[in-house]
Design a protein around this ligand. Structure first.
Ligand SMILES: NC(=O)c1ccc[n+]([C@@H]2O[C@H](COP(=O)([O-])OP(=O)(O)OC[C@H]3O[C@@H](n4cnc5c(N)ncnc54)[C@H](O)[C@@H]3O)[C@@H](O)[C@H]2O)c1
Length: 428
């Protein structure tokens, strides 16, 4: 018989992952407090760009039900993928304030409490799988005490990036299962064996909580490090791509090549805010050194370094400035935690440079044709593929922190921290 899996919270993480599970032969029953979600499933459209989701929605049998009790009645394993938000000023698209806070756990607590109450009421033994991102110690403090005798608890954070959620879920490096007591052949392990054969790493709940946020914050650290190299290269004449590409070959003693490229600061809905939350934890634990604070300060100061380059070229040229790309990464319409928007904010607030924005995926000041209708200082805020093929107006200045925009006649191309010309785009 086909196994039914429950989902509480069908947002940007829950819905794509539920559809991915369904694509591996599982039946899905889900509940979301937001009535709009049932509409996305019915109309087969979501309001954000997420690879494969439209195709999966076209054929889905996923049932969105009206309450948690109906999910619990039909599923032995219930995934909770509700939001654990942070204050908007901690998101990373504006300078960070001095105070620190933990994430907000009200949504998670209320969802887990509802699952436990339904299991007790129906006298059904189920496995509750918490996926939402939390700081170490949270599950023990807020979730474990709620559960009662009918619920077996697993903490199973996903290591996925928005935009590639389905692929990342189906092809992970490993699956992390935190539990108080592990059994070899538990319901969640069996479930994953139906989906793929990637390693199942079993740890305590506390270790799993720390592994999740460490994964994200370590990526931020790598990016800050690569951007430090970029600034040194800009100021000394070395070439950042040569430096990072060479070091990336030291995969034994140093590091993989992923995220090791000079560019904008780390962005997105998770990484900047996770660093800030970990900095809150660092203060609470009286850590001898708050590395997370340092990473976020470096991210902001490196954005000031870019702002000074923009200001210099704006003054030299007398041209208006246009930020090309505001989304947090290429080919998405999400601007969560965007370092490009942080740059726009800093340019306006601290350098008196007014910036217009242009992004083919987001709602911005200018459409591409209008942006390119006159020479400007164009700053490449997001590494969209389209900018590589763009014909820039004669007299323009193009500032590229990613090092991928080719030279063009009549245009000054500044590839920050890189030396030498790039081949014309037809040869790339
Ligand atoms: N989106 C990602 O790529 C991603 C990646 C890794 C981890 N995470 C973590 O996963 C969690 C969810 O993230 P998200 O981006 O999907 O958030 P989201 O805001 O897009 O979705 C959360 C959904 O949960 C629903 N919800 C809230 N309370 C509920 C309740 N009591 N019952 C039923 N539904 C409820 C909301 O209506 C919403 O649709 C967060 O903790 C986030 O940090 C997200």
């Amino acid at each position: 018989m086909t196994q039914t899996v429950g989902f509480i919270g069908l947002g940007k993480l829950g819905l794509p992952c539920a559809l991915a599970m369904e694509s591996r032969g599982l039946q899905i029953v889900g509940y979301d407090v937001d009535p709009a979600v049932a509409g996305y499933v019915r109309d087969k459209r979501i309001p954000y760009l997420e690879r494969h989701v439209d195709a999966l929605l076209a054929h889905t049998q996923l049932r969105v039900v009206p309450d948690v009790a109906t999910v619990v009645a039909q599923a032995d394993v219930v995934f909770v993928t509700v939001q654990t938000p942070h204050r908007p000023e901690f998101e990373g698209r504006t300078p960070i304030p001095d105070d620190r806070e933990d994430f907000e756990y009200g949504y998670l607590v209320s969802a887990c409490r509802a699952v436990a109450a339904a299991a007790a009421q129906q006298q059904r033994h189920i496995t509750l799988v918490v996926v939402s991102t939390v700081l170490p110690g949270t599950v023990g403090r807020h979730i474990r005490p709620l559960l009662g005798t009918y619920v077996c608890l697993i903490y199973n954070p996903f290591f996925i990036a928005m935009g590639t959620t389905v692929d990342d879920f189906l092809n992970p490096e490993f699956v992390l299962l935190g539990a108080d007591r592990h059994e070899e052949d538990d319901a969640v392990g069996r479930l994953y064996r139906q989906i793929h054969d990637k390693p199942l790493v079993r740890t305590s709940i506390e270790s799993a909580e720390l592994i999740k946020v460490s994964y994200n914050t370590y990526i931020s650290l790598k990016i800050v490090w690569a951007n430090t190299m970029m600034e040194i290269c800009e100021k000394t004449g070395a070439d950042v791509d040569v430096v990072t590409d060479t070091l990336a070959q030291a995969t034994d003693r140093i590091i993989s090549a992923r995220y090791m490229r000079g560019g904008m600061g780390d962005s997105g809905g998770c990484h900047p805010r996770d660093n800030i939350a970990m900095s809150w934890l660092g203060r609470r634990l009286d850590l001898s050194f708050d590395l997370f604070e340092t990473v976020m300060t470096a991210r902001e100061q490196q954005t000031h370094f870019l702002a000074r380059i923009v200001q210099k070229w704006q003054r030299l040229s007398g041209l208006d400035v246009c930020l090309m790309g505001t989304t947090y990464k290429p080919e998405t319409n999400l601007e969560l935690g965007s370092a490009a928007l942080l740059l726009a904010h800093i340019l306006d607030a601290d350098y008196g440079v007014r910036v217009q924005t242009c992004d083919p995926f987001a709602r911005t000041d200018l459409a591409i044709a209008a942006a390119l209708s006159q020479p400007r200082v164009f700053f490449i805020g997001t590494r969209h593929e389209v900018w590589q093929r763009t014909v820039w107006p004669t007299g323009a200045v193009v500032i590229d922190p990613w090092g991928y925009i080719p030279d063009a006649p009549g245009v000054v191309v500044i590839r920050i921290g890189r030396k030498g010309a790039l081949p014309a785009v037809s040869a790339l």
